[in-house]
Design a protein around this ligand. Structure first.
Ligand code: HEM
Ligand SMILES: *[C@@H]1O[C@H](CO)[C@@H](O)[C@H](O)[C@H]1NC(C)=O
Length: 194
């Protein structure tokens, strides 16, 4: 008890803060420090493969085996859904503005249980533009988005271009039959792609 109150008195004397304020500030500073430093990679990790871009998230990737990204070419949304992480032998793919990226290097984000698992296997443009996690927004429909939302989407696109290999392109379902059923396709705005 004596030591405890001495420490508390010292804190108040030296910092002019109440012990509660002192510890709150100290905790916040520690939190900010850890958050900011987690955005950087240590020099040792920097040189380890297979870091695609050392800027974000790579601290999670350093121990994963090197896997060459597999090109999938032109695939449809149902085909893309097979790459949602439920099959561990398949890469994790997602699409932004119809371009498909292999995000396997960030399995901690996009793999099962990851905080962004709902992005995997989906066309994410609308959700990214609106900063939305609603399942209904995981599509390529850009209708009704304003300029700032489109700018947000563009920023995301740059981030994906910079960080992940592009492995394919999203195409409308059954491209050949689409000409015959063009009326149905036009009437479904959710199928719209950039
Ligand atoms: C409370 C709000 C949010 C917080 C605190 C937050 C925080 C974070 C953090 C800490 C990361 C990891 C950064 C890194 O280590 O590389 C991250 C990544 C990410 N966030 Fe958020 N986020 C939030 C909301 C959102 C929203 C609304 C979206 C989009 C709908 C979003 C999409 C993403 C994506 C796609 C990544 C991964 C990017 C990559 O592949 O590197 N976040 N977020
Ligand atoms: C991935 O998709 C399959 C089939 O579409 C589904 O059964 C499974 O729950 C999905 N997994 C994840 C992780 O979303």
């Amino acid at each position: 008890m004596g030591l405890y109150s001495t420490v508390m008195d010292e804190i108040t004397f030296h910092t002019g803060l109440s012990p509660t304020a002192f510890f709150t500030i100290a905790t916040l500073m520690l939190f900010v420090y850890r958050t900011v430093s987690s955005m950087f990679v240590s020099p040792q990790d920097y040189n380890k493969p297979p870091v695609v871009s050392a800027r974000f998230g790579s601290r999670f990737e350093v121990d994963e085996p090197v896997k060459e990204p597999v090109q999938v070419g032109e695939i449809t949304e149902p085909e893309l859904r097979l790459y949602n992480g439920s099959d561990p032998s398949k890469p994790l793919l997602l699409s932004v503005k119809g371009q498909i990226y292999d995000v396997s290097s960030a399995r901690n984000f996009y793999g099962p249980g990851g905080s962004y698992a709902m992005f995997a296997g989906k066309e994410c443009s609308r959700a990214l533009a609106l900063l939305s996690f609603k399942p209904d927004d995981f599509n390529g429909n850009l209708e009704g988005l304003d300029e700032s939302e489109l700018a947000i989407l563009e920023d995301w696109e740059y981030k994906f271009i910079e960080k992940y290999p592009k492995v394919g392109q999203l195409v409308q379902e059954q491209r050949t039959q689409q000409i015959e059923h063009s009326q149905e396709d036009i009437s479904n705005p959710n199928e719209h792609q950039e």
